[in-house]
Design a protein around this ligand. Sequence first.
Ligand SMILES: *Cc1c(COP(=O)(O)O)cnc(C)c1O
Length: 370
Amino acid sequence: MAINFSELAVEGVRSLKPYQPGKPIDELARELGLNESDIVKLASNENPMGPSPAALEAIRQETAELHRYPDGAGFVLKKTLSDKLNIRSEQITLGNGSSDILDFIVRVFVNDGDNVVVSQHAFAIYGLVARTVGAECIAVPAKDFGHDLEAMLGAINDRTRIVFVTNPNNPTGTWNTQNEVVEFLNRVPDNVVVLLDEAYFEYVDEADYPNGLELLDQYPNLVVTRTFSKAYGLASLRVGFGVSSPELADLMNRVRPPFNVDSFALAAANAAMLDEDYVRESVALNNRGMTYLTSAFDELGLSFIPSVGNFISFRVPESVSAMDVYSGLLKLGVIVRPLANYEMPQYLRVSIGTEAENETFVRALKKVLA
Ligand SMILES: *Cc1c(COP(=O)(O)O)cnc(C)c1O
């Protein structure tokens, strides 16, 4: 008799739906019979500048050693990170993308029957990793689309192991101030881990935006994650990291697969970290694009959620459905991100692209809405 393997799967996995990434360029090209070069992908908050030339050169220098396992300890990258970020190597956990760190922290601390607390409209991966291990994911209603840290404190109970705070949040682009984050950390129970996801840290230029790394000494229950996928332009290579007390890093390293970051990723991330001009230019390009897109939304009478990231979510007029606008844009070769999965069915998220990509998007949007 045929075995029903779904019934054999652990309970948390049975009800999961796979993470839905942005639509890949080659997939849309196949579907529409278009050239890949005619497609504009603004769906995954990738760096539109392309990778740093220094990162490409670092990869070239690694190719002769591809038969070797990578440095499982990531010595060189950790050394660079510790110098640049004023942290110690023992505080760092390297991940195959920062998503890997989210998985590690859950596997270290969360048992079947425990829970984690997130904000409504938060990044989908937190719930996925928590539910995989049989935990409940408590989503706290957002305030003006942002994290309501006060309400998140109120949702913590004696089965809560981790609170996920995304600063700024994706897909809303909202952020919490230094005072809000510190007040929150002061009041979270000492035995509850706070994972502060700073995937878009480099883009934020607000005076009272906190640097999570500077809070680590005071809060031993804090883990900060950063990534090379966004401002550092290396999304494909999958490399990110967590920073915490050495004790938490040691625990996460116990569940980390020994060679989770490959040698290209290690070398490229190291070079990208040292290429400060690249990051500076990426941020400047993003700021110009953000100004351009928000004025275009104003001109079109579309409301949007003010964002400090490299993306912005805007509201589609009531007269049309966001999915129709999404599909209309696809037909014109422009990929954005629908947000129904984030309880924002009337919104679309667009990543800030190059000047030309932003203009193509605005032209296409005007056409679709006309
Ligand atoms: C993009 C993103 C990440 C980074 O994911 P990687 O696995 O490092 O590519 C993490 N958190 C949020 C909120 C993000 O939007």
